[in-house]
Design a binder for this molecule. Structure first.
Ligand SMILES: NC(=O)c1ccc[n+]([C@@H]2O[C@H](COP(=O)([O-])OP(=O)(O)OC[C@H]3O[C@@H](n4cnc5c(N)ncnc54)[C@H](OP(=O)(O)O)[C@@H]3O)[C@@H](O)[C@H]2O)c1
Length: 337
């Protein structure tokens, strides 16, 4: 498999907060950006370099007709649009039908086999039919899956693995803030969860990929969400609004997975609008023989989501056709130009 990025022909599909950073990284790695797909009239028709804030044009127009852009061909589409396969199925299917590989930061594709089995099976079949691969990466890839599985390579006996991370809602675009109901009344959020349920967000798919990577089998899964509200007002840059006291500023999403073989896994993700000076964190503890720990105090998820995805491009192009969930992807690594 070639680990080289330069010369790969890439389409940027979704030019929001993440797509803009990814555009710069692709440009700096010598990737050939051959097309770009957007939605908003404030972006469509403009040059991608301009929309992404590069301070230069790239000679690539942001277009709103995905089929037209995809039909011109590319090695891979980098898709940064939304978070669940219900919303993303058609976007992915369109790329696959055009014979274009997909690497995405859409969270469910990390391990979609139990939360969206129908979408997963049909996209897997479509990818195989067209000889291309659909795979997801992002913060999960290095920080919550591969660092942890590597650490567990030093374990003799594992009783329990406990992970905790914090991330800043303001590091991402409105897609993320709206998903977490930022700015809504806490009571309204409680009523929404009670009536509609809370779609499991990241922690579940990450733990299922982790358990699968370790060749363990799931016995039970439980997830819960706790709203975060503050007693003082805080400004949310992502939405451009002041959030009044008592309204939603984030959520704590927790998933616990037990396995038939014994080890238990718990992962808590705290996504909230940060106060000045707060930084992203990542802590994992392994209880067993021996007890182990890993910690990153500066995980910089906003950036590392994008740099990890870009590093994954050659892996995805070289992977076997089909939907390749993250447990089945090779170990991530730095890719030179
Ligand atoms: N796995 C990870 O580690 C990770 C990390 C960060 C984010 N994410 C996920 O990645 C997604 C994007 O995050 P973000 O912060 O970049 O959000 P964002 O700034 O809100 O960007 C979303 C982009 O999708 C575009 N879009 C929506 N519908 C579209 C369509 N039909 N065709 C083309 N473009 C469309 C929007 O276009 P317009 O601007 O033109 O409206 C917007 O630019 C979110 O779902 C987020 O949860 C994952």
């Amino acid at each position: 498999m070639s680990g080289v990025l330069s010369g790969k022909r890439v389409i940027v599909y979704g030019v929001g907060a993440m797509g803009a950073i990814i555009t710069r990284l692709l440009f700096e790695k010598g990737v050939e950006i051959v097309g770009s797909i957007g939605r908003s009239p404030t972006k469509v028709g403009r040059d991608l370099g301009d929309v992404a804030g590069l301070g230069k044009t790239l000679g690539v127009e942001v277009e709103n007709d995905p089929d037209r852009v995809l039909s011109r061909g590319a090695d891979v589409a980098v898709v940064c649009v939304s978070s669940y396969l219900d919303a993303m199925h058609d976007h992915f299917a369109r790329c696959l039908k055009h014979g274009v590989n997909v690497v995405t930061i859409e969270e469910e594709t990390v391990f979609p086999w139990t939360t969206a089995p129908e979408h997963a099976r049909s996209l897997d079949a479509l990818a195989k039919e067209n000889g291309v691969t659909l795979a997801a990466s992002g913060a999960q890839d290095v920080f919550w899956l591969n660092l942890v599985t590597t650490l567990l390579g030093a374990s003799h006996r594992v009783d329990k693995v406990v992970g905790h991370c914090t991330w800043n809602v303001d590091d991402y675009g409105p897609e993320v803030a709206n998903h977490l109901h930022i700015g809504h009344a806490k009571d309204e959020f409680d009523r929404f969860v009670a009536t509609s349920g809370w779609p499991e967000f990241v922690a579940r798919q990450t733990l299922e990929a982790l358990v699968s990577r370790l060749d363990l089998s799931v016995k039970s899964i439980s997830s819960d969400v706790t709203p975060i509200a503050r007693s003082e007002a805080i400004y949310c840059g992502s939405l451009g609004v002041e959030i009044p006291p008592g309204s939603m500023t984030g959520t704590v999403d927790r998933t616990v997975v037990t396995t038939r073989e014994g080890p238990q896994f718990e992962f808590t993700m705290e996504g909230r609008v940060y106060r000045d000076g707060e930084t992203d964190s990542n802590h994992w503890q392994v209880f067993g023989e021996p007890n182990l720990q890993l910690s990153n105090s500066e995980a910089s998820y906003r950036f590392t989501t994008c740099s990890t995805l870009v590093n994954r491009i050659p892996d995805v192009i070289g992977a076997a056709p089909g939907l390749c969930s993250l447990d089945k992807m090779c170990t991530p690594s730095y890719k030179h130009r």
